[in-house]
Write a protein that binds this ligand. Sequence first.
Ligand code: PLP
Length: 453
Amino acid sequence: MLSILKQSHSSSSSSVAMPQGLDFSQALSEIEGMGGRGGSLQETRVRPLAKRRIDMHSFCSPSGFQRSPYLSARGNFAIIFQGSTEDGYRAYHADKYDEDKNPNVSKNFKVFFQLTQADMNLMDPPLLQYPDWKGHLFLREEVARFLTYYCKAPAPLKAENVIVLNGCGSLFSALATVLCDPGEAVLIATPFYGGITQSIFLYGNVKLVYVYLDSKITGKSTRPFQLTVEKLEKALQDARAEGVTVRALILLNPQNPLGDIYSLSELQDYLEFAKRHELHVIVDEIYMLSVFDESQLPTPWPSSSDFAVSGIRFGTLYTQNQDVINAVASLCYFHGVCGPVQHKVAQLLRDREWINQVYLRANHARLKAAHTYVTDELKTLGVPFLNRNAGFFVWIDFRKYLKTSTFEEELLLWKRFLDNKVLLSCGKAFECSEPGWFRIIFADKTHRLQLGK
Ligand SMILES: Cc1ncc(COP(=O)(O)O)c(C=O)c1O
C-alpha cells in the first residue's frame, strides 16, 4: 500500500479522465437538448434546485454519454448513474482474486451453510402464490420478535408495523416516493453511503440536501465528522432559503463510511430537531448486528448485509405510521421478496441460538481481528484513520499523499490503487467535503487482506 501511495505522490496527474460532477437540471437539460422524448421529467420537477447543495452524486459520469433514442429522459438519466464506483466493482468482478480455484467459499460461508439446511428449503404451494405485499405474516411476526429481542424493546413490537422488501435500497426508493413529492428533498450528513442518492432519485425524483461534515473538531463537536444539531439547522435553513422543501432526515447508524455509532443523547437531539421542523426521520440501521465492540450494541434492523448475504435482497421497515405502511405496501408490488426466500429468512431469524452462539460470536470475533489487523498496519504506515468498532470499513486519511488537495488528485490515487488491484472507495463517492479520504473494507480473511499490503 505504501508503495502505491508513494507512486501517487510523485506521478503526474494527467492520465485519468475525470468523471464530471453532475447537476440535475444541467444533466436533464443536456439530455433534453439532444432532442426526442424527455420533457416529462423536467416538467414534474417542482422548482430548480440550487447547484451547490443539490449537485448530483459526483460519480455520475456524463462524459462520453450517448443519449438513447429508445429511452425517456428518466431512462437516460438512469444510464448516467453508472459511474466510477461501478467501474471499480466491474474491475473487481472481471478479475477476482481466486484462492485455490475456489471462489465460492467466502466470508459469508457460515450463513451459506445455514441457509442450505433441510428446513430452509421449503416449496409449499402458499409460498408460490402472490403474497401479502407487505410480506408473509409468518415473516413479519418473526421480524417483530427479532427486533423486540435485539432492540431490547420495552414492549413487544408488532407485525402490523413491519414491511419486508427486497433490500434497503428499495426501501429508500419507496420511502422517498411516498414521503416526498418530485423535486423535494431529504437531509443527510456527508460523507454517506452514496447508493442512497440513486435510490431516492431514480423513481421518486427526490434529492438530497447535504449536511457537510469535516475532519476539523470545532464548536461543540468532540470528534472528526461529528453531526451536530447546529450543522443540521444550518443546512436546513440554507436549503429553505434556496426554496427547497425538505421532508425528512436520513440517519445512518452505525454510519457508513465513518463507522460512528450515535450516542443516545445525540440521537435524542437529532430527533428533537426533526420534530421541531416536522421532518420524518429514516434511520438506516443496516449494520446493527455488525458492532464488534459489544458495549456499544445499539438496536438492530435485520438486513442481508448484517448476515453477509447481500445477494438475498432482504430488508425491513418498522414504523408505527400506518399511512406510511400502506403507501409503501403499494410499492412492494415492485419490491417484494419471493415466498421461498421469505421462508428461509424467517427460519434464519427464528434460530436465535444459532445467531447468538454461532453466527454473531464468530462474526464479531472475525470482524474484530480483521479490523485490528488493518488498523495496526495503518499505524505502522503512519496513516491516520478513524478508529471505530462497527460496520465493515475504516475511514482513512490519505490527504498527505495528494499532490494538491483536489478531488482530481483523489481520483488519481483511487485509480492507482485499482491498477494495482486494491479496490478502495474514495471520499467523493460518499460526497465527502475534503479530498483525500478513502474507505477500506476490512471484512475479509487476514491472508487475503495481506495481499493488499
Ligand atoms: C448504509 C447502507 N444503507 C443501505 C445499503 C443498501 O442495502 P441493500 O443491499 O439492502 O439494498 C447499504 C449497502 O451497502 C448501506 O451500506
